[in-house]
Design a protein around this ligand. Structure first.
Ligand SMILES: [Zn+2]
Length: 564
């Protein structure tokens, strides 16, 4: 049903190289209907069976750091779920996230809310909080401790309702479940009021949730932790699928821009009584519990848990449509360590494709693919390791070094004192909020060899642009007055902000970071491929529409062109 407030044709043309934004991906959510909390978490009450021809479940699969070219460059190596979705679904060949800070949390929140970060408030994975004068994580919330005992997590900083919230509001008996390798991803995909929101805790080595969603560890997580202990992965090796050697679709296994400490295949997991493989300085990996995230093992576990949740919460079983949102994090961890052109990335995509094929088969048996909407997309892409192609004349910038150079330049011009509060992604925060020190910061930043442009607060606020820069709308989409920087920087294309000497990054408004696959499959969707540029955020209203539900009238764009 169309939303009563929807205003069609609301797209505003943007003066950019990217003309439109159209689609939005969605998070997969399944909602189950369920009036009561039965011990199994199943649904009770007199909910009617699903209506003929209407989907009873939507599954939003977000592959973290799924760059648009993976499904084409690696296509001849795919034979599982990704290939099946492409053959049986509707693919948008030019789908993109239209915001500058192409990080995980803004991407997921945009997918779930249908809005840009400037509207849902999640402008980055973290930002500088002026009130407390410290960095805050986007789902960090001490009021809601995690049930595995580390920190607190809630969606309280998310300023817009999610697809799951739209569904719950229209259909309280629907179930909304989110599962991910990262707390940010599942929390931002689900939002408020979800039935279960699970993520992998890399310290505890198990899936968990927070008191925002449950007062005690859900039975599904207790059962899963016993059935699939991470300790069973100790000493196990990640080797290539089918014993393949180096495949031509990716670079040779060992390259200088990959971390030497981790070498090539096979990658063996730490053993209880040894320190191998030792984590390199600055590495994101430490023990077994952390290291498994940088292998296909994490996505296997996440999908195993998602399948268990389908049973536990009886998703797709009645007339109240459910949402299951799954964010698969391993591709992101692997891409950061080894880069998007590595044999590791190729093997990860092959294994994920294979596992997703199994997931679709099981989904068909459990719910029926003829009654399920499946959406596959990414939260952002990734930039190739800058050293890989010297002709690009690109490099890596260490945020701490940039911060120090900026501080020194400002002190030289303005006098002693701490002038820089923080640099986080493209956001530059100054200690002086009067604006008087901003020109000194601007002058120093534009001289940086890596910097293409610097944006002033007065431009970001939305007034007349003095630069007439075609990227300004993307910068504004990643900024709010409360959480955004005093200045924003845009690096030259191909450069990355990185704290490591190897591996790669994302977070800039260029095609490699912005473009992601977007495929929808299920009843009401005409299979095929569409070439026009579309905004990935349109996945959320598309899912709502396919489930027969309305969506907020204030979204920048409505559903994708998906009807037969
Ligand atoms: Zn991500």
């Amino acid at each position: 049903m169309p939303p009563e407030t929807e205003r069609p044709g609301l797209f505003r043309a943007r003066s950019m190289c990217l003309v439109s934004l159209a689609v939005a991906t969605l998070a997969a959510w399944l909602m189950a209907c369920g009036g009561g909390e039965s011990p199994r978490g199943g649904k009770t009450g007199a909910t009617p069976p699903p209506a003929e021809g209407r989907p009873s479940l939507a599954v939003l699969i977000v592959v973290d750091q799924l760059r648009a070219d993976y499904l084409t460059r690696f296509k001849s190596r795919l034979e599982g779920g990704m290939l099946r979705l492409e053959r049986e679904g509707l693919s948008f060949a030019d789908a993109l996230h239209e915001h500058a800070n192409t990080q995980t949390s803004p991407g997921h929140a945009s997918l779930s809310t249908g809005m840009p970060p400037s509207r849902h408030g999640i402008i980055g994975n973290r930002w500088y909080d002026r009130a407390s004068a410290q960095m805050v994580g986007c789902v960090q919330d001490a009021a809601y401790p995690t049930l595995s005992g580390r920190g607190g997590v809630s969606p309280s900083q998310l300023l817009a309702p999610t697809l799951g919230e739209w569904i719950k509001k229209a259909s309280p008996q629907s179930r909304v479940i989110a599962v991910s390798g990262k707390e940010t991803a599942s929390t931002l995909l689900a939002g408020r009021g979800a039935d279960a929101v699970f993520w992998y805790d890399r310290i505890a080595g198990r899936f968990t949730t927070s008191r925002f969603y449950a007062q005690e560890m859900p039975a599904a997580l207790e059962t899963f932790a016993k059935a699939r202990p991470v300790s069973a992965l100790a000493c196990k090796a990640w080797d290539r699928l089918d014993g393949a050697g180096d495949l031509p679709e990716a670079d040779p296994d060992i390259e200088p821009w990959e971390p030497a400490a981790f070498g090539g295949f096979p990658h063996r997991m730490p053993c209880p009584d040894s320190s191998a493989p030792a984590a390199s300085p600055g590495s994101i990996a430490q023990g077994l519990e952390s290291e498994i995230r940088i292998t296909p093992f994490l996505d296997d576990m996440t999908l195993d848990l998602a399948e268990a949740a389908i049973d536990q919460y009886e998703l797709g079983k009645d007339g109240a449509p459910d949402l299951l949102a799954i964010s698969l994090s391993a591709t992101d961890f692997i891409g950061h360590r080894y880069g998007p052109d590595s044999q590791e990335m190729l093997d990860q995509i092959r294994r994920l494709d294979k596992r997703l094929g199994l997931f679709l088969e099981r989904l068909d048996r459990r719910v029926g693919l003829d009654r399920t909407i499946v959406v596959l997309t990414g939260d952002h892409g990734v930039t190739s390791c800058p050293e890989r192609n010297p002709a690009h004349h690109a490099g890596r910038v260490h945020a701490a070094d940039l911060e120090r150079r900026l501080q020194d330049a400002m002190a030289a011009r303005l006098g002693p004192g701490q002038w820089v509060a923080a640099i986080e992604g493209p956001q530059v925060y100054l200690t002086d909020t009067s604006g008087r020190s901003a020109p000194a910061a601007y002058d120093a930043l534009v001289k940086e060899p890596s910097v293409a442009a610097v944006y002033r607060r007065e431009e970001l606020v939305g007034g007349a642009s003095v630069t007439a820069d075609s990227y300004l709308p993307l910068m504004r989409a990643s900024w709010t007055p409360q959480r955004g920087g005093d200045l924003m920087i845009r690096l030259k294309e191909g450069w990355i902000l990185s704290d490591n000497e190897t591996g790669s990054e994302h977070g800039m408004p260029y095609p490699a970071d912005m473009h992601v696959p977007l495929i929808l499959r299920g009843p009401g969707i005409k299979a095929g491929s569409r070439p026009e540029p579309v905004l990935v955020y349109r996945a959320a209203p598309s899912i709502a529409s396919l489930l027969g539900m309305s969506w907020p009238g204030n979204l920048p764009a409505g559903p994708l062109p998906i009807a037969p």
